[in-house]
Design a binder for this molecule. Structure first.
Ligand SMILES: [Zn+2]
Length: 445
């Protein structure tokens, strides 16, 4: 009988051995990329007890060959490429683009958003993304969805959530042009000046934020012609970051324009989202501060495509920004990659359809990033950015069983990621054979 030989086996030995009711699974992995930074191995067995990986062994292990596994179910992936569950560092899981965003903003309830988030979460999970970092959405809804998934009440990807994105008055994230009695002013995600900004951060933390998201610059989809340059001042950004870090929360800054990005990096943010107008000088500051870039190429690609193919879809102010920002994002990633900026995978899903998250990998590759580095960005790096290195991002003894498979090697062709053949999240196998609901009556993007 083989013994558990994983690195954590000694320290965990009392909990690793079988208990009544334990669910054991043995995954036979034909090709295994356990850690995207390392080489693949062939013919490996991954032993899973309940939600945790308890060992990885050479060869195909049979039930009973390892202590406790007599009744284990064998999952045959011997002709598949097995890798860690993917991680999307930038999602808006509660919503998806609709042609009437202004109306939705003042009519949709938190309860409805949570229910939509459940469906979008399942689409994301079935696409092989077992963890997401949500960076802005209805606060009560996202925390409820996160907690329901964590407690096993509903299935979904592991969610780390920001609550509301923080924005200056009139900035990207604030609602422009509504009557005061219809859209409250100010709402709790809005702040101006150092004192208010500290309070806005602390308010999100109070209600349950895992991290803080703020907008350093204007954004493409805000319904105003306010550009994509710096919005929060340098002082406000320093106050936001200090308040978050003091409470142990990392900070993601949405930024397109250069001055806003530089200000955010100097303020000490942990990641810049989008980074559209990144150049060599910005890249060097990234390297100096150690911040991650989350490129979201698919968001640029999507808005550019909509603006081109459906000229009436966006209001003119948004269409203008979409046509400008879309094309520059690939160039930004190319420069960032060349100059050694740390990159974490993220899509802005909600702009693109939930469940299309893996297409980002294809676009990153087209922008010049090698496949292996993209897989590192979507696993190890994204886990690091989300402070989840001990939990997920590699297939390793002691970590959660977040495991997916595809039918051919994504190291050779990343489009293989777009059709996972197997998804396991925290030891639970996900049913992939579910046709997506036709939630919206217009063509998806
Ligand atoms: Zn976003």
């Amino acid at each position: 009988m083989r013994k558990l030989v994983g690195s954590l086996a000694l320290s965990l030995c009392t909990s690793l051995y079988a208990q009544v009711g334990d669910q054991w699974k043995i995954i036979h992995a034909g090709t295994l990329l356990a850690d995207a930074r390392e080489a693949v191995q062939s013919e490996q067995s991954i032993i899973v007890r309940n939600s945790i990986i308890v060992d990885i062994l050479d060869g195909y292990v049979s039930p009973g060959e390892v202590t406790g596994t007599a009744n284990a179910r064998v999952i045959d992936l011997s002709n598949q490429f097995v890798l860690p569950g993917l991680i999307d560092s930038h999602t808006h899981i509660l919503s998806q683009q609709e042609p009437n965003p202004r109306e939705v903003r003042v009519t949709r309830s938190n309860e409805m958003s949570a229910l939509m988030g459940y469906e979008f979460g399942m689409r994301t999970l079935r696409a092989g993304f077992t963890t997401i970092r949500n960076v802005g959405g209805a606060r009560n809804a996202i925390f409820a969805l996160r907690d329901a998934i964590n407690q096993g009440i509903v299935m979904g990807p592991r969610i780390r959530a920001a609550g509301q994105g923080i924005t200056p008055t009139g900035g990207h994230g604030d609602g422009g042009g509504f009557r005061d009695d219809i859209f409250p002013h100010p709402h709790t995600g809005v702040c101006d000046g150092v004192t208010e900004c500290r309070k806005a951060v602390r308010t999100q933390v109070k209600f349950g934020a895992d991290h803080i998201k703020y907008v350093a610059t204007g954004g493409v989809l805000s319904q105003t012609a306010t550009g994509t340059e710096q919005q929060f001042t340098d002082e406000e950004q320093i106050a936001l970051v200090q308040a978050a870090h003091a409470m142990g929360r990392k900070v993601a800054a949405h930024a397109h324009g250069k001055s806003g990005m530089m200000a955010a990096l100097r303020a000490g943010v942990d990641s810049i989202e989008h980074g559209s107008y990144l150049d060599a000088e910005v890249a060097d500051l990234f390297v100096q501060t150690g911040a991650y870039l989350v490129p979201t190429l698919i968001a640029g690609h999507t808005v550019e495509r909509i603006a081109t193919e459906q000229p009436e879809f966006f209001i003119p102010a948004v269409r203008q920004k979409a046509l400008e920002v879309g094309p520059v994002m690939r160039n930004a990633l190319r420069i960032a990659h060349e100059r050694g900026v740390k990159i974490a995978y993220g899509t802005d899903a909600g702009v693109n359809d939930h469940g299309t998250n893996a297409y980002e990998a294809v676009l990153m590759n087209e922008a010049g990033m090698p496949a292996q580095e993209i897989l590192i960005a979507a696993t190890v790096n994204a886990a690091d950015l989300m402070s989840l290195t001990d939990v997920t991002g590699t297939i390793e003894t002691g970590k959660d069983a977040d495991i997916i498979a595809v039918s051919s090697s994504p190291l050779e062709n990343l489009s293989a990621l777009m059709q996972p053949t197997f998804v396991m999240a925290r030891g639970n196998e996900v049913d992939l054979d579910v046709p997506p609901l036709d939630l919206f009556p217009w063509p998806n993007f």
